[in-house]
Design a protein around this ligand. Structure first.
Ligand SMILES: NC(=O)c1ccc[n+]([C@@H]2O[C@H](COP(=O)([O-])OP(=O)(O)OC[C@H]3O[C@@H](n4cnc5c(N)ncnc54)[C@H](O)[C@@H]3O)[C@@H](O)[C@H]2O)c1
Length: 268
Protein backbone atom coordinates (compact mmCIF):
# COMPACT_ATOMS: atom_id res chain seq x y z
CA UNK A 1 0.00 0.00 0.00
CA UNK A 2 1.30 3.46 -0.92
CA UNK A 3 -0.25 6.24 1.11
CA UNK A 4 -0.87 9.65 -0.45
CA UNK A 5 -1.59 12.75 1.61
CA UNK A 6 -3.66 15.42 -0.13
CA UNK A 7 -3.21 18.63 1.87
CA UNK A 8 -0.11 18.68 4.06
CA UNK A 9 -1.41 21.10 6.70
CA UNK A 10 -1.95 20.61 10.43
CA UNK A 11 -4.23 17.56 10.32
CA UNK A 12 -2.46 15.78 7.44
CA UNK A 13 0.94 16.27 9.12
CA UNK A 14 -0.33 15.27 12.59
CA UNK A 15 -1.92 12.06 11.34
CA UNK A 16 1.04 10.98 9.27
CA UNK A 17 3.44 11.97 12.07
CA UNK A 18 1.53 9.74 14.52
CA UNK A 19 1.32 6.86 12.07
CA UNK A 20 5.06 7.06 11.39
CA UNK A 21 5.94 7.25 15.10
CA UNK A 22 3.91 4.12 15.85
CA UNK A 23 5.11 2.23 12.75
CA UNK A 24 1.63 2.10 11.17
CA UNK A 25 3.22 3.77 8.12
CA UNK A 26 6.81 3.81 6.92
CA UNK A 27 8.23 6.91 5.19
CA UNK A 28 9.13 5.13 1.95
CA UNK A 29 5.43 4.27 1.43
CA UNK A 30 4.17 7.82 2.03
CA UNK A 31 3.76 10.53 -0.59
CA UNK A 32 2.70 14.09 0.11
CA UNK A 33 1.04 16.66 -2.12
CA UNK A 34 -0.10 20.16 -1.21
CA UNK A 35 -1.28 22.93 -3.53
CA UNK A 36 1.40 25.09 -1.88
CA UNK A 37 4.76 23.63 -2.90
CA UNK A 38 6.47 24.92 0.26
CA UNK A 39 3.95 22.96 2.37
CA UNK A 40 4.74 19.75 0.45
CA UNK A 41 8.47 20.37 0.94
CA UNK A 42 8.11 21.01 4.67
CA UNK A 43 5.90 17.93 5.11
CA UNK A 44 8.41 15.74 3.29
CA UNK A 45 11.32 17.24 5.23
CA UNK A 46 9.73 16.46 8.61
CA UNK A 47 8.29 13.04 7.71
CA UNK A 48 10.89 11.81 5.18
CA UNK A 49 7.95 11.11 2.85
CA UNK A 50 8.26 11.48 -0.94
CA UNK A 51 7.01 14.64 -2.62
CA UNK A 52 4.51 14.64 -5.48
CA UNK A 53 4.39 17.79 -7.56
CA UNK A 54 0.78 17.27 -8.69
CA UNK A 55 -2.37 15.39 -7.81
CA UNK A 56 -1.86 13.38 -11.01
CA UNK A 57 1.59 12.28 -9.86
CA UNK A 58 0.23 11.37 -6.42
CA UNK A 59 -2.60 9.36 -8.01
CA UNK A 60 -0.05 7.44 -10.07
CA UNK A 61 2.00 6.40 -7.02
CA UNK A 62 -0.66 5.71 -4.40
CA UNK A 63 -3.72 3.55 -3.75
CA UNK A 64 -4.76 4.91 -0.35
CA UNK A 65 -5.33 8.63 0.16
CA UNK A 66 -5.81 10.88 3.15
CA UNK A 67 -7.90 13.88 2.13
CA UNK A 68 -6.91 16.72 4.47
CA UNK A 69 -7.71 19.92 2.60
CA UNK A 70 -10.28 22.42 3.88
CA UNK A 71 -13.89 21.31 3.29
CA UNK A 72 -14.64 23.92 0.59
CA UNK A 73 -11.74 22.56 -1.52
CA UNK A 74 -12.94 18.94 -1.44
CA UNK A 75 -15.20 18.79 -4.48
CA UNK A 76 -12.59 20.24 -6.88
CA UNK A 77 -9.82 18.08 -5.46
CA UNK A 78 -11.88 14.89 -5.73
CA UNK A 79 -12.92 15.57 -9.30
CA UNK A 80 -9.26 16.03 -10.25
CA UNK A 81 -8.25 12.95 -8.27
CA UNK A 82 -11.01 10.88 -9.90
CA UNK A 83 -9.87 11.91 -13.38
CA UNK A 84 -6.27 11.07 -12.50
CA UNK A 85 -7.18 7.66 -11.02
CA UNK A 86 -9.43 6.55 -13.87
CA UNK A 87 -10.58 3.02 -13.02
CA UNK A 88 -7.72 2.29 -10.62
CA UNK A 89 -9.14 0.93 -7.30
CA UNK A 90 -8.33 3.14 -4.34
CA UNK A 91 -9.35 4.04 -0.79
CA UNK A 92 -9.93 7.66 0.21
CA UNK A 93 -10.07 8.58 3.91
CA UNK A 94 -11.41 12.08 4.42
CA UNK A 95 -11.04 14.28 7.50
CA UNK A 96 -12.92 17.18 5.88
CA UNK A 97 -15.62 18.31 8.29
CA UNK A 98 -19.19 18.28 7.04
CA UNK A 99 -18.69 16.77 3.58
CA UNK A 100 -21.07 13.80 3.28
CA UNK A 101 -19.98 10.41 1.98
CA UNK A 102 -22.57 10.60 -0.81
CA UNK A 103 -21.06 13.86 -2.10
CA UNK A 104 -17.54 12.42 -2.11
CA UNK A 105 -18.67 9.17 -3.75
CA UNK A 106 -20.46 11.17 -6.43
CA UNK A 107 -17.28 13.13 -7.24
CA UNK A 108 -15.20 9.95 -7.60
CA UNK A 109 -15.25 6.92 -9.92
CA UNK A 110 -17.05 3.79 -8.60
CA UNK A 111 -13.66 2.10 -8.10
CA UNK A 112 -12.82 4.47 -5.21
CA UNK A 113 -14.00 3.44 -1.73
CA UNK A 114 -14.53 6.26 0.75
CA UNK A 115 -14.38 6.61 4.52
CA UNK A 116 -15.40 9.83 6.28
CA UNK A 117 -13.90 10.72 9.65
CA UNK A 118 -14.24 13.34 12.34
CA UNK A 119 -11.01 13.73 14.29
CA UNK A 120 -10.29 16.46 16.85
CA UNK A 121 -7.36 18.79 17.56
CA UNK A 122 -5.70 16.70 20.30
CA UNK A 123 -4.72 14.38 17.43
CA UNK A 124 -1.96 16.98 16.97
CA UNK A 125 -0.43 15.73 20.26
CA UNK A 126 -1.32 12.06 19.80
CA UNK A 127 -4.42 12.22 22.03
CA UNK A 128 -7.17 12.60 19.46
CA UNK A 129 -10.69 11.18 19.50
CA UNK A 130 -11.86 10.16 16.03
CA UNK A 131 -15.07 8.63 14.76
CA UNK A 132 -15.17 7.15 11.26
CA UNK A 133 -18.06 6.18 9.00
CA UNK A 134 -17.89 3.72 6.13
CA UNK A 135 -18.97 4.73 2.63
CA UNK A 136 -21.31 2.52 0.61
CA UNK A 137 -18.41 0.97 -1.32
CA UNK A 138 -15.96 0.63 1.59
CA UNK A 139 -14.81 -2.88 2.58
CA UNK A 140 -14.37 -4.18 6.15
CA UNK A 141 -10.58 -4.07 5.70
CA UNK A 142 -10.85 -0.36 4.78
CA UNK A 143 -12.45 0.24 8.18
CA UNK A 144 -9.59 -1.64 9.81
CA UNK A 145 -7.08 0.54 7.92
CA UNK A 146 -8.84 3.73 9.10
CA UNK A 147 -9.05 2.48 12.69
CA UNK A 148 -5.34 1.62 12.65
CA UNK A 149 -4.39 5.03 11.23
CA UNK A 150 -6.43 7.06 13.70
CA UNK A 151 -5.48 4.84 16.65
CA UNK A 152 -1.93 6.04 15.99
CA UNK A 153 -3.02 9.50 17.18
CA UNK A 154 -5.48 8.53 19.90
CA UNK A 155 -8.83 6.79 20.08
CA UNK A 156 -10.78 5.64 17.00
CA UNK A 157 -14.36 4.38 16.94
CA UNK A 158 -16.68 3.34 14.10
CA UNK A 159 -20.04 5.10 13.84
CA UNK A 160 -22.85 5.44 11.31
CA UNK A 161 -22.50 8.61 9.25
CA UNK A 162 -25.79 9.91 10.69
CA UNK A 163 -24.06 10.31 14.08
CA UNK A 164 -21.05 12.30 12.85
CA UNK A 165 -22.80 15.60 13.64
CA UNK A 166 -23.23 14.40 17.22
CA UNK A 167 -19.55 13.41 17.26
CA UNK A 168 -18.72 16.93 16.04
CA UNK A 169 -20.84 18.38 18.86
CA UNK A 170 -19.16 16.20 21.50
CA UNK A 171 -15.54 15.37 20.71
CA UNK A 172 -14.96 17.54 17.62
CA UNK A 173 -15.86 20.76 19.41
CA UNK A 174 -15.20 19.31 22.87
CA UNK A 175 -11.56 20.37 23.27
CA UNK A 176 -12.71 24.00 23.29
CA UNK A 177 -15.25 23.27 26.05
CA UNK A 178 -12.45 21.71 28.08
CA UNK A 179 -10.12 24.67 27.44
CA UNK A 180 -12.83 26.90 28.88
CA UNK A 181 -13.13 24.59 31.91
CA UNK A 182 -9.37 24.62 32.47
CA UNK A 183 -9.27 28.40 32.20
CA UNK A 184 -12.19 28.77 34.61
CA UNK A 185 -10.70 26.32 37.12
CA UNK A 186 -7.38 28.17 36.93
CA UNK A 187 -9.13 31.52 37.48
CA UNK A 188 -10.87 30.02 40.48
CA UNK A 189 -7.53 28.80 41.84
CA UNK A 190 -5.98 32.23 41.33
CA UNK A 191 -8.91 33.70 43.24
CA UNK A 192 -7.99 31.41 46.13
CA UNK A 193 -4.37 32.63 46.05
CA UNK A 194 -2.59 30.20 43.68
CA UNK A 195 -0.03 31.51 41.18
CA UNK A 196 -1.47 31.61 37.63
CA UNK A 197 1.04 29.15 36.15
CA UNK A 198 0.55 26.71 39.03
CA UNK A 199 -3.24 27.02 38.75
CA UNK A 200 -3.24 26.30 35.00
CA UNK A 201 -0.97 23.29 35.43
CA UNK A 202 -2.99 21.91 38.33
CA UNK A 203 -6.26 22.39 36.44
CA UNK A 204 -5.00 20.80 33.20
CA UNK A 205 -3.35 17.87 34.97
CA UNK A 206 -6.55 17.28 36.98
CA UNK A 207 -8.62 16.98 33.80
CA UNK A 208 -5.98 14.76 32.22
CA UNK A 209 -5.77 12.54 35.31
CA UNK A 210 -9.53 12.21 35.71
CA UNK A 211 -9.97 11.44 32.00
CA UNK A 212 -7.21 8.81 32.18
CA UNK A 213 -8.95 7.17 35.17
CA UNK A 214 -12.19 6.87 33.18
CA UNK A 215 -10.40 5.36 30.18
CA UNK A 216 -8.00 3.11 32.10
CA UNK A 217 -10.36 1.71 34.78
CA UNK A 218 -13.40 1.38 32.51
CA UNK A 219 -15.49 2.45 35.52
CA UNK A 220 -18.52 4.66 35.04
CA UNK A 221 -17.60 8.31 35.78
CA UNK A 222 -20.36 8.45 38.40
CA UNK A 223 -18.75 5.52 40.26
CA UNK A 224 -15.38 7.30 40.22
CA UNK A 225 -17.06 10.46 41.48
CA UNK A 226 -18.78 8.54 44.28
CA UNK A 227 -15.41 7.09 45.33
CA UNK A 228 -13.99 10.58 46.01
CA UNK A 229 -17.00 12.22 47.64
CA UNK A 230 -16.82 11.41 51.35
CA UNK A 231 -19.85 12.27 53.48
CA UNK A 232 -19.82 15.89 54.59
CA UNK A 233 -16.47 16.41 52.81
CA UNK A 234 -14.94 19.06 50.57
CA UNK A 235 -15.66 17.39 47.21
CA UNK A 236 -19.40 16.96 47.73
CA UNK A 237 -19.54 20.62 48.80
CA UNK A 238 -17.88 21.55 45.49
CA UNK A 239 -20.21 19.28 43.52
CA UNK A 240 -23.26 20.85 45.14
CA UNK A 241 -22.01 24.22 43.88
CA UNK A 242 -21.52 22.79 40.35
CA UNK A 243 -25.07 21.40 40.37
CA UNK A 244 -26.43 24.74 41.52
CA UNK A 245 -24.49 26.46 38.73
CA UNK A 246 -26.01 24.14 36.13
CA UNK A 247 -22.77 22.63 34.77
CA UNK A 248 -24.53 19.48 33.51
CA UNK A 249 -27.21 21.48 31.77
CA UNK A 250 -24.63 23.81 30.21
CA UNK A 251 -22.75 20.82 28.75
CA UNK A 252 -25.97 19.32 27.37
CA UNK A 253 -26.73 22.62 25.71
CA UNK A 254 -23.19 22.99 24.32
CA UNK A 255 -23.22 19.57 22.64
CA UNK A 256 -26.74 20.11 21.40
CA UNK A 257 -25.95 23.57 19.93
CA UNK A 258 -22.75 22.37 18.24
CA UNK A 259 -24.48 19.28 16.81
CA UNK A 260 -27.25 21.48 15.44
CA UNK A 261 -24.70 23.88 13.91
CA UNK A 262 -22.80 20.98 12.34
CA UNK A 263 -26.03 19.79 10.69
CA UNK A 264 -26.71 23.31 9.41
CA UNK A 265 -23.20 23.65 7.94
CA UNK A 266 -23.32 20.18 6.30
CA UNK A 267 -26.51 21.07 4.46
CA UNK A 268 -24.94 23.92 2.48
N1 LIG B 1 -7.36 20.92 12.61
C1 LIG B 1 -8.25 20.17 13.24
O1 LIG B 1 -8.21 19.99 14.44
C2 LIG B 1 -9.33 19.43 12.51
C3 LIG B 1 -10.26 18.68 13.24
C4 LIG B 1 -11.22 17.95 12.52
C5 LIG B 1 -11.25 18.00 11.15
N2 LIG B 1 -10.33 18.78 10.49
C6 LIG B 1 -10.39 18.84 9.05
O2 LIG B 1 -9.09 18.67 8.53
C7 LIG B 1 -9.01 19.36 7.28
C8 LIG B 1 -7.70 20.11 7.23
O3 LIG B 1 -7.66 21.01 8.31
P1 LIG B 1 -6.28 21.63 8.80
O4 LIG B 1 -6.57 22.27 10.10
O5 LIG B 1 -5.20 20.62 8.67
O6 LIG B 1 -6.09 22.77 7.68
P2 LIG B 1 -4.72 23.38 7.09
O7 LIG B 1 -5.09 24.67 6.48
O8 LIG B 1 -3.64 23.32 8.12
O9 LIG B 1 -4.33 22.33 5.94
C9 LIG B 1 -5.01 22.26 4.69
C10 LIG B 1 -3.94 22.14 3.62
O10 LIG B 1 -4.58 21.83 2.38
C11 LIG B 1 -3.83 22.48 1.35
N3 LIG B 1 -4.62 22.57 0.13
C12 LIG B 1 -5.55 23.48 -0.22
N4 LIG B 1 -6.05 23.22 -1.45
C13 LIG B 1 -5.43 22.11 -1.89
C14 LIG B 1 -5.50 21.34 -3.08
N5 LIG B 1 -6.33 21.67 -4.08
N6 LIG B 1 -4.70 20.26 -3.19
C15 LIG B 1 -3.83 19.92 -2.21
N7 LIG B 1 -3.71 20.62 -1.05
C16 LIG B 1 -4.50 21.70 -0.90
C17 LIG B 1 -3.49 23.82 1.96
O11 LIG B 1 -2.42 24.46 1.27
C18 LIG B 1 -3.13 23.41 3.40
O12 LIG B 1 -1.74 23.14 3.54
C19 LIG B 1 -10.24 20.26 7.18
O13 LIG B 1 -11.11 19.74 6.20
C20 LIG B 1 -10.87 20.17 8.54
O14 LIG B 1 -12.30 20.17 8.46
C21 LIG B 1 -9.37 19.47 11.14
Amino acid sequence: MNFGVIGCGKMGSALVGGALRTGVLTPEKVWGYDAIAAATTEFCRTTQAKAASSLQELAGHCDTFLLATKPHQVRDVLKQLGTALGEKPALLISVAAGIPLAVMEECLPASVRVIRTMPNTPALVGKGATAYAMGSRALPEDGTAAATLFSAVGLAIATPESLLDAVTGLSGSGPAYVFVMIEALADAGVRQGLARTDAIQLAAQTLLGAASMVLETGLHPAALKDMVTSPGGTTIAGIAALEQGGLRHALHEAVSAATHRSKELSSF
